[in-house]
Design a protein around this ligand. Structure first.
Ligand code: SF4
Length: 508
């Protein structure tokens, strides 16, 4: 067999940077990739020599072979070599030449507002666009609201942003009526509302796989709204004009697979598709599915960090992984119960998240009923994690009573849908990093169930209802996309798989 002779893609150029460093400029994927000394030496050696000579030549400069191979894989994972990610580069090139992105939705996704008013509560309602502000100011709103209806805030950069005012002490929008309907909608029609109210909870992101349109899962009636009304696919034409222009710009970042290992977003889309498809097969319980998704994610990460060096990689490695038999994944997780160490890591992360939320609640001027509920649920997760991790440690009777509360098939279906929706959406990354988002999936699952159980317990019910689920689910998704909790998730990203593996065992 002819030796593999790797080369940079012909349209990638090496450029000197003002700081004295070098970068590879990829005009098709519209980015520059800074080069460290090892990678720069590799790039200079990619002149058509066989791979062994490339690696050996760089090694002779006194650089460790393992580092050189790691850097070589990174070049391939970013599609900078001529036979890596060829399909991704071809699709990006076609898009750059005027191609259109087709809409992409989860096939079963539906949405219909349930008019509960829950989404107009407990939120920062904005920022409004200048068109929103102008439209509202042109309306006679005096019959709807007596006082000011806009809050002004100044960003750290000194810019003024407008938000809808909320009713003090009750945290809901000033336009929300007693019948839980929107006053602006009722009096002037849906199109008069601020743009984000018309779209909520639907969002879009332009990816190489298509213009993804999805439910962000934060609807206060998610379990019902996500399976009511028309298919989301059929709603795309009317949603398109409401989407901000930025939503049509291609989102194609370099993804941080693990600290130090970068991956082109086109490959990452294949990873996430495999995950959300796995969640749609209905092969096990919601908890088993979290663990199966963890097992598959872990395989992706390990294989993409250390795949065999050769032509057509890492694509061939990904081809093999996306063909993984889902039944085998579920069987694997069934054979491997969480370890005490994993359980204690869940307790640790839960404890840190709890501290971060309590610090926010210590501000007496802060209104945050969702924060309070979240703090209670995550604290319960911490206590259960500690009790299960340490032999001889028992839970308080109150906690045991909450844990003994069960849930039925309806809640089980909602939990599965939530996981699948999250994997399809922007929640699959935090700061373009995979592991913190993976960690969040595990925490969302556990805190949603525990929060729902606490809600059922306070109503003296022995079984969780969909209303309990919705309350806890909305709270959890809203809180875990805020900067402080997300900072905790980033700081503890090394615990992602341990939490995914162990958290489901703590809530049943
Ligand atoms: S303007 Fe209407 S839809 Fe928007 S938050 Fe207020 S009540 Fe809700």
């Amino acid at each position: 067999m002819a030796p593999y002779r790797p080369r940079l893609r012909a349209d990638v150029t090496l450029q000197a940077e003002p700081d004295g460093g070098f970068a590879l400029i990829d005009r098709v994927l519209n980015r520059g990739v800074g080069l460290d000394p090892v990678t720069l030496a590799l790039v200079h050696a990619l002149d058509g020599r066989p791979l062994d000579e490339v690696l050996g030549g760089v090694e002779q400069q006194g650089l460790p072979r393992a580092d050189i191979e790691t850097k070589f894989r990174q070049l391939a994972r970013l599609n900078l070599l001529e036979d890596a990610g060829t399909d991704i580069v071809a699709r990006a090139r076609a898009l750059g030449s005027g191609g259109q992105l087709p809409p992409l939705t989860l096939p079963e996704a539906r949405f219909a507002c349930q008019a509960s008013g829950g989404c107009c509560h407990g939120y920062t309602l904005g920022p409004l666009t200048s068109a929103d502000v102008a439209r509202l100011q042109a309306l006679d709103l005096s019959a709807l609201v007596a006082g000011p209806y806009l809050d002004e805030k100044t960003t750290p950069a000194g810019k003024t942003r407008h938000y809808l005012a909320t009713v003090p002490g009750d945290e809901h929008c000033v336009f929300l009526q007693k019948d839980n309907l929107c006053g602006i909608h009722a009096r002037f029609g849906a199109a008069a509302k601020p743009n984000f109210c018309q779209l909520y909870p639907l969002q879009a992101v332009a990816t190489l796989d298509g213009l993804k349109v999805y439910d962000n899962g934060e609807c206060a009636s998610f379990s019902t709204s996500s399976r009511s009304g028309p298919l989301l696919a059929d709603q795309v034409p009317e949603l398109r004009p409401l989407l901000p222009a930025a939503r049509f710009e291609l989102y194609h970042p370099v993804v941080m697979l693990t600290p130090g290992a970068q991956l082109d977003h086109g490959h990452f889309l294949r990873v996430t598709r495999a995950l959300w498809e796995l969640c749609g097969r209905g092969l096990g319980s919601a908890g088993d599915t979290v663990r199966a998704a963890s097992a598959l994610s872990r395989r992706f990460v390990e294989a993409l960090r250390d795949y065999p060096l050769g032509p057509g990689q890492p694509d061939a490695t990904l081809d093999a992984l996306v063909a993984t038999d889902p039944a085998e994944l579920y069987a694997t997780v069934a054979r491997t119960p969480p370890t005490p160490r994993q359980l204690s890591r869940v307790a640790l992360v839960a404890g840190i998240l709890h501290e971060s939320i309590e610090a926010k609640l210590a501000d007496a001027t802060f209104q945050g009923s969702l924060y309070r509920q979240f703090a209670d649920a995550i604290q319960l997760l911490r206590r259960v994690g500690l009790a299960r991790a340490q032999a001889g440690r028992t839970l308080a009777e109150d906690d045991q009573r909450v844990l003994a509360i069960t849930w039925g098939d309806d809640v089980e279906a909602a939990l599965r849908a939530s996981l699948r929706y999250q994997l399809f959406s922007h929640r699959v990354l935090i700061d373009e990093r995979m592991l913190p988002a993976t960690l969040r999936l595990g925490i969302v699952h556990a805190v949603t169930i525990l929060g729902a159980k606490q809600s059922a317990a306070s109503a003296r019910r022995g079984v969780v209802t969909l209303a309990d689920f919705d309350r806890a689910h909305t709270m959890t998704l809203r809180i875990l996309r805020l900067p402080v909790p997300m900072g905790v998730l980033v700081a503890y990203e090394d615990d992602a798989f341990d939490v995914m593996d162990a958290a489901p065992a703590l809530v049943g």
